[in-house]
Design a protein around this ligand. Sequence first.
Ligand code: UD1
Ligand code: CA
Length: 462
Amino acid sequence: MVAVAILAAGKGTRMKSKLPKVLHPLGGRSLVEWVLTSLIEIQPQHRLVIVGYQGEQVRSTLKDYPDVVFVEQTEQKGTGHAVQQILPYLDDFSGDLLVLNGDVPLLRPQTVKLLLDTHVCHGNAATLLAAHLPNPKGYGRVFCDGQNYLQNIIEDRDCTPAQRQSHRINAGVYCFHWPLLATLLPQLQNNNSQQEYYITDALNGLVTTGDGTGGRGVMVVDVDDYQEILGINDRKQLADAYGILQTRIKDQWMAAGVTMVDPSSVTIDDTVQLAPDVVIEPQTHLRGYTSIQGGSRIGPGSWVENSHLGAQVSVLYSVVTDTEVGDNTRIGPYAHLRGHAQVGTGCRVGNFVELKNSQLGDHTNAAHLSYLGDATLGRGVNVGAGTITANYDGVRKHKTFIGDRTKTGSNSVLVAPITLGTDVTVAAGSVITDDVPDDSLVIARPRQTILPGWHPPTSASE
Ligand code: UD1
Ligand code: CA
């Protein structure tokens, strides 16, 4: 049986932010959500998140994780003090407790599983992850015997200059035999440079209380890829972690058959799904719950967020959010689709066209200079250049309906609420204020007047 505790109560002073550190976003998820995601390969019986600084905000960010139990740490007196707070919650628990810092977002689920399996298989008192870092500054240093049994963990601040030379660091991810930890936790001392209670001292305590041979020891598991265990303490480390995450995501999609013309100029959230033979052009950003089918070409210069694009779609220099696009549709250049727009198959939404909360039937085109808001268009409609739905009366939004095969002339204004039937033709420059029946031509503009032989006056007159 396994319980998990995530330490998420700290302020994160080094971030210099109003937002608690563990809520800083990293590619579509907050840091603490990444840590929760790293648990997918184990089935913990309890999931505890220790909250403190702006705990309400952390609770509300994690409201969609129904089995998470929040534990309050009202004063933040260190990582050991944080773990002490869970004592009343695991009263009768006799299994293992996995403890993770809330600021270690890049941990792979397989690594967490390896830690737990090693711990269980050796019957350890505790097992922890370590790594050799090129730049170990700020991390606790881990010292072991030849068999990878822990001798000592010393915080960077508390190291002697010689100890600080070591590059083997504590990842902040531990597995404890809970009954042993529970007896040690109340004895933690804060006699260190920070005057904090360190969870690492519980590990040091287990080393000295262990019976050495054959008994339960404290074992160190080294992680091969040190990038997994990088902790986020400041904005620079946050940016570095983002770079690592992006490389992981993009490498994975390229291996799965996605072409990236210039990967370094592209960003992709981990929540995005791409089919083989999607092509991502430079300067393109795919965000949120976006999916794109095969043969589509996105970019250059595009932003696609929470949108579903069919096969063979192209998106050129455009912004597409909360939108569904059917197969073989061309978007852009310079289009903006938003607010739950739905575009059918074989459509064209072109230069300087904005769609908001509008539906376009199959083979409908709006190719130039239009605003279509709260509008439902049938199939095979042609929206003339400069057509505008006037959907807002200053207080409320109103709907426009346009039937199949209708054509609007250039520079038409459709004053909503309004319905145009099927096979309607709207004359250019019309301002349409009344509904139009099927199969008709509507002209709503002053007629052109010609005065033959007329000349402007040649001199000022009375
Ligand atoms: C900690 C470890 C260090 C390790 C490093 C790995 C200790 C004493 N040191 O240092 O050995 O190399 O992580 O990244 O544990 N938190 C609370 N309550 C508190 C204090 C912290 O919940 O009272 C949470 C923070 O929100 C954070 C996590 O614990 O998510 C780690 O705290 P942090 O202050 O970042 O520890 P480090 O100094 O990085
Ligand atoms: Ca940290």
